[in-house]
Design a protein around this ligand. Structure first.
Ligand code: NAD
Length: 360
């Protein structure tokens, strides 16, 4: 079988980590007998430099023809990068929001998993870590506050900014279905997170989630307020299986969940639409502070490539092999700087990619 994979190298450490993920994908392709054609796509700062816009119609059209897209991360250091002197709609992040919308990528799946080998990197107390945790956050990605109407005006001499948070029942239903389907393949528990004591959109959210839950009698559903969830994640992360939430809450909670694993360079993500298509990227940003220094951990991107093999290309054996190779390399004690501890072997970005590819 032959598949077309869009590659967005992106900014900062993006080119280094995508290069390593491609190396691992190529090793998996030759071992498992499938072919990958790569289509280079521009997004973010790289696209601004080449075309004056963070996302062009050409990139959207090419992405739509791919089976899946693998991406590094986009964006620069806002304090020094000229990209941030542009108006907000022309900055790198605007390209990312737009491509999610154009490709209808409404579901963002972000695992937060505590690797046994990296337990020491988890900042939580021993008694809280317990037997570890394995959470997946299912975040609505194309609605809510980030896509609502917004404007800034001067009203009676006072600068006033307005953002709008809107969800309709169809947007809530389709993401809830993704969360319940995900839970069915895991520990069959969904924690739906909202702010129903204050927000109308959250009250509708809760109602629709309860309706969807009726089709999944095997899945336990609970509702939690977002402020409580933020606390519970650092008090008792082991209680969670699937966390389902809206766009902004998901943005914040998924970063919190990544931090408690102690290794942001290890966490993958998938953004999916109603078809098999998905955009796969690490959970972290473009880390401009370490770009080009061979310090970046490529594992989050490599694990995102594994998710792509599983969810978009249905190559489960190859996906399992990539994940097992990552685990093996960690077991053997190899670490990039961000996850290094005494007694381990410190390796560069390129060496980490080589080691994982060799173990496929
Ligand atoms: P960041 O995730 O890029 O970096 C936070 C810290 O983690 C930094 O110290 C960085 O060196 C470290 N880090 C991140 N990834 C790492 C890796 N793979 N290996 C080793 N260390 C790693 O977050 P930030 O500094 O807030 O943002 C930098 C830029 O990234 C900004 O322009 C931001 O807008 C952008 N960003 C992009 C995405 C995306 O493309 N989806 C997501 C988040 C942030």
């Amino acid at each position: 079988m032959k598949y077309t994979v869009g590659l967005i190298y992106g900014d900062g450490i993006g080119p280094e980590i995508v290069r390593e993920a491609k190396k691992v994908l190529d090793a998996a392709a030759s071992k498992y007998g499938f072919e990958l054609d790569y289509e280079r796509l521009l997004l973010g700062g790289e696209s601004i430099d080449a075309c004056g816009l963070p996302l062009t119609d050409e990139t959207i059209a090419k992405a739509k023809k791919c089976d899946a897209v693998l991406m590094g991360s986009i964006g620069g250091d806002a304090k020094v990068s000229p990209w941030y002197k542009l108006e907000p709609s022309k900055r790198p992040e605007a390209g990312l929001l737009k491509i999610r919308k154009e490709l209808n990528l409404f579901a963002n799946l972000r695992p937060a998993y505590l690797y046994n080998e990296l337990k020491d990197a988890c900042p939580l107390k021993e008694e809280i870590k317990g037997n570890g945790f394995n959470i997946i956050i299912v975040r609505e990605l194309t609605g809510g506050l980030y896509f609502g109407e917004r404007h800034t005006d001067v009203i009676d001499g006072v600068r006033t900014a307005v953002d709008t948070l809107k969800y309709d029942e169809n947007e809530i239903r389709r993401i809830a279905i993704k969360a319940f389907d995900t839970a069915m393949k895991r520990n069959k528990k969904v924690t739906s997170v909202d702010k129903a004591n204050v927000l109308d959109s959250s009250r509708l959210w809760r109602e629709v989630v309860n309706e969807v839950s009726k089709d999944y009698p095997d899945v336990t559903v609970e509702h939690m307020l977002v402020d409580n969830c933020a606390m519970q994640l650092v008090m008792n992360p082991g209680q969670f299986d699937v966390i389902l939430t809206e766009n902004m809450f998901g943005d914040i909670l998924s970063d919190e969940a990544s931090m408690i694993t102690g290794s942001i360079g290890m966490l993958s993500s998938a953004s999916l639409n109603d078809t098999k298509f998905g955009l796969y990227e690490p959970s972290h940003g473009s880390a401009p502070d370490i770009a080009g220094k061979e310090l970046a951990n490529p594992i989050a991107t490599i694990l995102s490539a594994a998710m792509m093999l599983r969810y978009s290309l249905d190559l489960d054996n190859a996906a399992d092999a990539v994940e097992a190779a990552v685990q093996q390399v960690l077991k053997e004690g190899y670490r990039t700087t961000d996850i290094y501890s005494e007694g381990m072997h410190k390796v560069t970005t390129t060496q980490m990619g080589d080691l994982i590819a060799e173990r496929i």
